[in-house]
Design a protein around this ligand. Structure first.
Ligand SMILES: [Zn+2]
Length: 146
């Protein structure tokens, strides 16, 4: 049941990210979504003591509820990451980092097994959060810095 909720929520937030609009999940009115940058994310959203910098904000024009979801949570909701998590239940989240990907500004989100160093990386375009690459790998050779 939890899985279904996660998948549903993931689809909801990714629809918000990719289309800029969703039906409000509280009142089903029309809601607008926008990508948030570092100045928009409240300071209580942190991972491993690093403040989260990217996410999506959804504002309902009917009931005026506003919600913010961080990019890390959106990445966690991706089916590929969920699949990885099922195989590696003791998994560590890393703060999203700014990187260059094929010459364009991008963001790297990383989840890593605590047990065996298997990991999954997700790379998003920095402005639109469009997913550019998802790669599962063994991270022995390239441990992320702490
Ligand atoms: Zn609403």
């Amino acid at each position: 049941m939890l899985d279904h909720l996660l998948i549903w929520l993931g689809a909801y937030y990714w629809q918000a990210i990719t289309t800029g609009q969703v039906s409000c999940r509280f009142c089903e009115g029309g809601a607008r979504a926008s990508i948030c940058g570092p100045q928009d994310i409240p300071s209580q959203y942190t991972i491993r003591n690093v403040k989260e910098s990217y996410g999506v904000m959804i504002v309902c024009s009917s009931c005026h509820r506003t919600e913010t979801n961080t990019l890390s949570h959106c990445l966690f909701d991706l089916p590929q990451v969920q699949h990885f998590w099922h195989k590696h239940s003791r998994m560590r989240w890393y703060p999203v980092r700014e990187v260059d990907y094929q010459g364009q500004p991008a963001l790297l989100g990383r989840f890593q097994s605590v047990i065996d160093k298997a990991g999954i990386d997700v790379i998003c375009q920095r402005e639109t959060l469009e997913i550019l690459q998802i790669q599962e790998n063994q991270l022995n050779a390239q441990k992320p810095e702490r």
